[in-house]
Design a protein around this ligand. Structure first.
Ligand code: GCW
Length: 723
């Protein structure tokens, strides 16, 4: 009896231990588990015998903690902290110019080449002892350098001949949370907001610290806490106190806090009768409000503003321009070094002939009229974060106004949190697009990093996919998109493949088979979702409101440019939106070389065909197939590729921890179902126009078009309550 009891206790204990070890995804890419490769472990233990961080500041103490936890975990033994260099194998981290040890090394000329947040990592000797030096230009550079160094260990790199210089290419690398004060998250698929407003400022959820660590580890240096569909209440003292608590916590990690400004706040919380930006009372109200914010948060970053778009108030309500509105806020922020990120995602109440043209039409004429602390925040494409869009025509078109990038990390139109879609390939496609603004090679990336037009301010923002789910992003592979966004904002020259490899090594394993399999899945995954949802340049054909799943039939909404039929324009002749000169002429907003590329059926890459052209069902594609057949094949191929992903994943069963294996397996099953749902709905729907059979050899849809049209999802996550 006794024995059985003991056995039982042991059994429950071991169960608990294995539960503790379960990979629930909380640790993201900062897992710091013991290095499994014995040779690497030995090599690292030899090279890292102690550490020393010179200097003292909140940022350096964060760096110390991270370095200590990181190397202790990875090396599997406590590594001591020393005060002097008396033996080989010491990691020395310090801020250049503030450190006696680093002065000896004479690194100043190299330092001059770095940006403020940059760092160096190198092997060298100090007092004839072998050391690894991590040197930051400022304290934050030390922290970034520490994370980089830990990444080298996590990804099993050689650390004997290090000579790394790294500087961010873009200054403000920002997450935009579309989080509401009631903790719902617009287009959020990972639970509720991580900001527990009700318990702030007194209760600081430990998750905030881990959020800051994760962001600092990839160089993100700003966070916009609130939804661009803004609530003025966040600007009131009760909330500013809470904002201040978060800002205090994030400061050592180099992260500034920003808020969204509701343009009508002077009326809603200020008691004024107007929010006209040229009204002196309004101007004074904002000045005072902004001064007040800086009392709470002395290094407040500034505002993001969505104005005169989708019902949000803005300067146009008073017949003023976007520049009038942005400049008013900019003037009040300028004495504090704050910035305004004014969004170009605008469309007013008059439905235009082509929504794709509106931002350009409204903003291009304003070039040169914005204050120097205003950035115009432009989505990657001219419509709205679709699975594939051509780059936005504003890039390259406003040489006198800093344009910043807005990517969407949350997968509103890309399978939300049920599809495995790695977004870095899509972002790279946009960044590498040539605008031809100053001849060949004028890429979007060069617009964004300021090199093309010598912008003094540069920025990249990503709409966050983070929520309060244990694994932060809902889908475990959603983490890769948060990760990739930060890495690309720091250095857009990295390839999607490199970033994926780093992420896999840190998040899953350094096993070659795992790396190759997952990398392959990730790199193809964007193309896959495009195929099974919006192939060949189709766009905006999703379900209304929730945007979850297909809705090519959506035709009745309060405005035409919210419907699907407005965008695909299918009829008995063909399908697609003619944006050439015989159609909406949106193409003319691009530089001539780009017009030539997209302008004719022969030249236009098939991936963008239906974006720019209305094409006959019988048009012969490059493959020799008709458009109708090609469209069907794309949809079917998309589903096949999801099945391929399932097979690849299943082959890793013995190599991946149970929890994440099971979760991703289940999600891939959902993805397969959703891909079939997209495929069947779209093929059946477009068939009502093409009047042609689904090509032979392709499985026939099981259900009818009516079945798909009747599906409804009133409680799909992320939906805007008022829509
Ligand atoms: O795509 C649309 C989303 C809205 C969002 C808007 C925007 C925040 O469906 O939910 O609102 O874009 O970017 O402002």
């Amino acid at each position: 009896m006794k024995k059985i009891g003991i056995l039982l206790i042991l059994f429950t204990l071991s169960l608990n231990i294995s539960k503790l070890k379960a990979e629930d995804g909380y640790r993201l890419w900062l897992r710091y588990d013991l290095i499994s490769n014995a040779q690497k472990l030995q090599e690292y233990r030899r090279s890292i015998q102690a550490w020393l961080i010179e200097g003292d500041s909140p940022t350096l103490s964060v760096a110390k903690n991270e370095l200590q936890n990181g190397i202790n975990g990875l090396l599997g033994q406590p590594i001591s902290n020393v005060k002097t260099i008396q033996k080989d194998g010491i990691v020395v981290a310090a801020t250049l110019g503030k450190s006696a040890l680093l002065t000896q090394l004479n690194l100043n000329s190299r330092l001059e080449k770095l940006n403020l947040e940059g760092f160096l990592i190198l092997n060298t000797t100090i007092n004839q002892k072998k050391v690894i030096v991590i040197a930051g230009k400022e304290d934050i550079g030390v922290l970034y350098g520490v994370f980089h160094f830990l990444k080298l260990l996590q990804t099993h790199q050689n650390i004997e001949k290090l000579n790394i210089e790294s500087s961010p290419k873009v200054k403000l690398r920002i997450l935009n949370h579309w989080d509401n004060l009631d903790r719902t998250v617009e287009r959020g698929y990972a639970g509720f907001s991580i900001w527990d407003w009700h318990k702030l400022p007194d209760y600081l959820d430990p998750r905030y610290t881990d959020y800051a660590r994760a962001n600092a580890s990839i160089g993100i240096n700003g966070t916009v806490l609130t939804n661009v569909n803004a609530n003025a209440l966040v600007l009131t003292p009760a909330y500013l106190e809470k904002v201040a608590a978060l800002a205090d916590l994030f400061r050592p990690y180099g992260i500034k806090v920003y808020l969204t400004a509701r343009f009508s706040a002077p009326i809603e919380i200020g008691g004024l009768k107007t929010a006209d930006p040229l009204d002196p009372q309004v101007q004074t109200w904002w000045k005072n409000k902004i001064n007040e914010i800086y009392q709470y948060v002395p290094d407040f970053g500034g505002f993001v503003v969505k104005a005169n778009s989708e019902g949000q108030p803005g300067p146009q309500n008073y017949q003023r321009s976007h520049a009038d509105g942005a400049n008013m806020l900019a003037d009040a922020l300028a004495p504090h070094n704050g910035v305004v990120m004014w969004r170009a995602f605008v469309y007013d109440n008059n439905v235009p002939d082509d929504r794709a043209k509106q931002a350009y039409n409204e903003f291009k004429p304003l070039d040169g009229t914005f204050r120097s602390n205003v950035l115009i925040q432009v989505k990657n494409g001219p419509i709205d974060f679709q699975p594939r869009e051509p780059f936005h025509p504003l890039f390259g078109a406003m040489p006198k106004t800093p344009l910043m990038m807005e990517f969407q990390i949350t997968q509103e139109y890309l399978g939300q949190a049920t599809n495995l879609v790695y977004l870095a390939t899509m972002w790279k496609e946009c960044l590498e697009s040539d605008t031809y603004a100053k001849g060949q090679g004028s890429t979007v990336a060069k617009v964004i990093d300021g090199t093309l037009h010598e912008y003094s301010m540069t920025s990249m923002a990503g709409v966050a996919n983070i929520g309060n789910e244990r694994n932060w992003t809902g889908h475990p592979f959603g983490q890769a998109n948060w990760y990739a966004f930060g890495r690309l904002a720091w250095n857009h020259e990295l390839t999607a493949a490199q970033i994926a490899e780093d992420w896999i090594r840190m998040t899953f394993s350094n096993d070659n088979n795992i790396i190759k399999t997952l990398q392959n899945m990730m790199l193809n995954s964007h193309e896959t979702v495009v195929k099974h949802s919006t192939p060949l340049g189709l766009h905006h054909i999703m379900g209304a409101g929730h945007h979850y799943g297909p809705g090519p039939w959506v035709s009745r909404m309060s405005r035409a440019d919210w419907t699907s039929v407005y965008y695909h324009r299918a009829d008995s002749m063909g399908v697609g939106f003619n944006r050439t000169s015989s159609g909406s002429d949106a193409l003319s907003q691009y530089f001539p070389e780009v017009q030539a590329k997209f302008g004719t059926l022969e030249n236009c890459p098939e991936a963008f065909l239906l974006w720019f052209h209305h094409v006959n069902w019988d048009y012969k594609m490059k493959s020799g197939q008709t458009l109708w057949a090609a469209l069907c094949h794309q949809y079917y191929q998309g589903v096949e590729e999801v099945r391929q992903m399932q097979k690849s994943w299943d082959a890793l069963e013995t190599k991946i921890d149970e929890t994440r294996f099971a979760q991703v397996k289940a999600l891939l099953k959902i993805q397969e179902k959703e891909a079939i749902w997209w495929r069947n709905s779209c093929v059946l729907y477009f068939q009502t126009f093409s009047k042609q059979a689904i090509p032979k050899g392709l499985e026939q849809p099981e259900k009818s078009l009516e079945y798909y049209q009747k599906l409804s999802f009133p409680y799909a996550p992320g939906i805007r309550p008022q829509w």
